[in-house]
Structure formats: C-alpha cells, structure tokens
Design a protein around this ligand. Structure first.
Ligand SMILES: [Zn+2]
Length: 307
C-alpha cells in the first residue's frame, strides 16, 4: 500500500450540482405524525459564518437542511433536529428496521481492510481504541493480529445505548493508546473538536487518530446529488480533506494527511449499457479530479492526525 501524503489545494471551486430546494425559514421534522420544530440555525463551526441551507430529501419521507461553507469547504446540517426529534427518529428507525443483529461474516472483509489502513501508518501492533464502533468485528480482527484493542460504543442519539455523548474516558482506565480509530463516526458528532480533543489526551506520545468519513469533494457526491449515500438525518457534518484537517487542528493536532487509498472511477461497462448516465459520471469524475486534485476521486477519506 502506498502512503502518499497529497498536498491539499486550498480554495478550489466547488461544483454545485445538487438539485435541491431552498429551505423556508421554519423547518419542522414530522416523525410518526408528531411535529418537531428545529431550533435556530447554526453558524459554520470553523469560521462562524451563517450559511443558507438547501433541503435534501431522504428515505422515509425525511428532509434535511444542508449548508455549505464555501470558504471552509465544509457542509453541515443547519438547523439541526431538536434532541426530541433525534430521539424520536432513532426509535422510529429501529422500529422499522427491527432488531437485526450484525452478521460478523458480512463485516469482516471491511474490518480487515481497515486494519490494513492502520498498519500502513503503524506497522507494529500496539494499543488501539475503536471509538464509536457499532460492533466488535473490527476490534476482534485487531486482537487476532496481535493488537490490544478495545471499543467505545458511542451514544449517537440521546437515550441511545452505550456511552454518554461526552464520555471518551470509558473504558475507565489510565491507559493510553497508540491508535484511535473513528470509522464513519466523525460526521455524526455534534461537537467534533471537543470529542477529538478529549481523544487526543488518550493518545500515547507518538499516537495517532485514524478517521474515515465520506468525502464531500468527490465525483460520487456530485453524480449522486441528493441521493448521495452519506446524507442522513443523524449526519451533522460532511467533510472535505481541508475541513477535516481544520477540525483536527481545532482539537490540537498539528499533522494531518490522507492515505492514498479508496480511489475509484466510473465503470467502463456502463458506457455500453447506459451511455447517457455513464457520460455524466465520467464528466463529473474528470471535473472533480481537476477541481480537487488528489482527492476528487476518493469517495471515502482515510485521514491520519498526529499531535
Ligand atoms: Zn466556515
């Protein structure tokens, strides 16, 4: 695996392709027939500027207002759902989905891939904390490879099972970790700098965070528009490499890089089966690579932050 640390180009222009509606001033979430008004809009957490959101339709009839801070290269939900709405939504979704246990066999290939990402930045086994992991599959894979690995089941919704939202100290020991992983978690945090700062205090002297999250500056996001898989009711932030780096700086980290992995391009086969769709995808791919050199073709970022 190559470990190339691309320079982030600052200020390249952001294609605005999502065909979404402008939001009205008052936004109300309707969950199981109950209205939940959203509180006041949030400013960009990096620069403090208020940005006007666009409304994006999700599954189950929900809509989320997402604003882009062009100068910070960050998208985020504003206003956020009220805590009552978040709780009602979590209960509703669980009720619809049923209590389906995770099948470890389905998760294992991804867990092994993630372990390889960790080994790319720290080949020797050490102590690892998986923050926010939803199952034991990844930490089990780490243990099998000689790591001492533990997991914090982070509470993503009020009243959810697991640790409290501000609790990064569980497991409650004084030990430090060589690697702390956040797989598809950072975008769900309500206050990433506070959580990341708290995690930084649990790192050993040469420790590091490994953060995986969807890349807002990717051709897939442009092509999929409002159907982009990363959009979600619980998802607070949609990062680019630049804004993810800025967020880690806020938390006291001073070195940040992306792993040179997870590149992808449109399928050639679609040129024969669905030419108009394929041409659109290739156009978006080429534009994204031009607009965002080094990461416009990366759907999921793997960022590494060190003190
Ligand atoms: Zn901003």
């Amino acid at each position: 695996m190559k470990l190339i640390l691309p320079r982030l180009t600052k200020g390249s222009r952001q294609p605005r392709v999502d065909q979404t509606d402008r939001c009205e001033t008052q936004i109300v979430d309707v969950i199981e027939g109950v209205d939940y008004a959203r509180p006041a809009p949030l400013p960009c957490p990096l620069c403090g500027q208020l940005n006007r959101p666009r409304r994006i339709a999700l599954a189950m009839g929900m809509k989320i207002p997402v604003a882009e801070c062009v100068s910070c290269r960050l998208a985020y939900q504003t206003p956020r759902p009220s805590s009552e709405a978040a709780l009602a939504y979590a209960r509703w979704r669980r009720k619809l989905a049923g209590e389906q246990p995770v099948d470890p066999a389905d998760e294992r290939p991804r867990a092994l891939e993630r372990l390889e990402y960790v080994r790319a930045v720290r080949p020797a086994a050490g102590r690892l904390l998986d923050f926010g992991g939803r199952s034991e599959v990844f930490v089990d894979a780490c243990r099998a490879a000689g790591w001492e690995a533990v997991r914090i089941d982070y509470a993503l919704e009020p009243g959810d099972h697991g640790a409290r939202a501000d609790d990064t100290t569980n497991p409650d020991t004084a030990e430090c970790f060589d690697v702390i992983t956040l797989w598809d978690v950072v975008g769900l945090l309500h206050d990433p700098p506070t959580i990341l700062r708290s995690l930084r205090r649990r790192l050993s002297e040469r420790g590091m965070l490994v953060i995986a999250t969807a890349n807002y500056e990717s051709w897939q996001r442009v092509v999929e528009g409002r159907q982009w898989a990363a959009y979600g009711f619980e998802h607070q932030f949609y990062f680019s490499p630049a804004s993810l780096e800025a967020m880690t700086w806020r938390a006291g980290f001073r070195h940040f890089a992306l792993l040179d992995v997870e590149h992808s391009r449109p399928a050639f086969s679609q040129l024969l089966t669905r030419p108009p769709k394929a041409f659109g995808a290739w156009r978006a791919y080429l534009n994204a690579r031009r607009a965002w050199p080094g990461h416009g073709d990366v759907a999921a970022m793997i960022g590494v932050a060190r003190v």
